[in-house]
Ligand binder design. Sequence first.
Ligand code: ATP
Ligand code: MG
Length: 360
Amino acid sequence: MTTATPATAVVAGHICLDIIPTFKTRLGRAQDFFVPGDLLKIGAPVVATGGAVSNTGLALHRLGVPTRLMGKVGDDLFGRAITDIVRGVAPELAAGMIVAPRETSSYTVVLNPPGVDRMFLHCPGTNDTFGAADVSAARLQGARLFHFGYPPLMRQMYLDDGAELIRLFRRVKRAGLTTSLDMSMPDPRSEAGRVNWAKVLRGVLPFVDLFLPSRDEIDLMLDKKMTLSALADLLRAWGAGTVGLKLGDQGFYVRTAQRELLAPCFAVDVAGTTGAGDCTIAGFLAGWLRGLPLEQTLTAATAVGACCCEAPDAGSGIQPWAATQKRIARGWRRRAVTLSLPGWRWDAKQQLWIGPNDGK
Ligand SMILES: Nc1ncnc2c1ncn2[C@@H]1O[C@H](COP(=O)(O)OP(=O)(O)OP(=O)(O)O)[C@@H](O)[C@H]1O
Ligand SMILES: [Mg+2]
């Protein structure tokens, strides 16, 4: 590890190697071709990094934010592949990567045959051992922002009601950085699905400046469905500074102490939504780091999320900041919001919905 390269943003947490075999022919039903004892010929693999660190971190880099990726890998072949891919984008990006001797790197085999639902084989590996001690003060030096993704896929972070996650965020906050947190969907059939997430959130949110999960994740974690306003008020009462909720194809909602806004999605031909949430966060963080007004920050978030959807992978659709802004300025059309928004009003100039609590 070297801290020689200053970074504005540190993106830490979940990273893995995605191995995606290509299937040349339409195969029919999964049970007809995954047959014990059979050999199935496949094409060349697509090999890429995945996870919050890779998706949000590389998108921030493409948007021009000096960024350091802080994922944990083992000293094995897949770990070297992960670090090589990151370093291949820009050497300084990999300066914060953590290598754990004798541990296994995290990888995912993505089985995505045409006409069949995607299947994932996921090895959590080093993501499960990532702890607060992995993020030393030296690794944070010079950074303004610390973004962390996917506690539900990182065992140390959710055990013991999130004690390690709380320790991590308390430490980073005390070091003077702005803290940002993203979640992932806890699999109800897994250990993460049995965690008391309300308790974890009550513990960690006092140290989180920007809480940026998807609404579906929080609905599942709290096991109830509330209005956007009520949900954001609850999360803010638990200690979160700003709450941003990703709403899938309905856009992105943000609540601060004074503001309540919703940006609809930009209209694009969707090639795939892999990484769309992570890239939306990257757009939001890039706008925030530039000190833009909330309206423009929110618009940048949905613009970067939409660019991500234009490519099948998690990041190649992302354009530099200036090109993204130009596209917005040219009058890029928004999708209609079909959510019911009682008490909200449409701001035609900003192309945003303004919430009933805005200005209160
Ligand atoms: N059809 C679409 N067109 C344009 N933008 C989209 C579309 N679908 C999603 N987005 C963008 O991507 C974001 C992803 O929202 P979602 O609620 O799916 O987050 P997520 O669950 O964290 O996603 P991910 O699966 O990438 O982690 C939205 O807030 C929006 O900005
Ligand atoms: Mg997500």
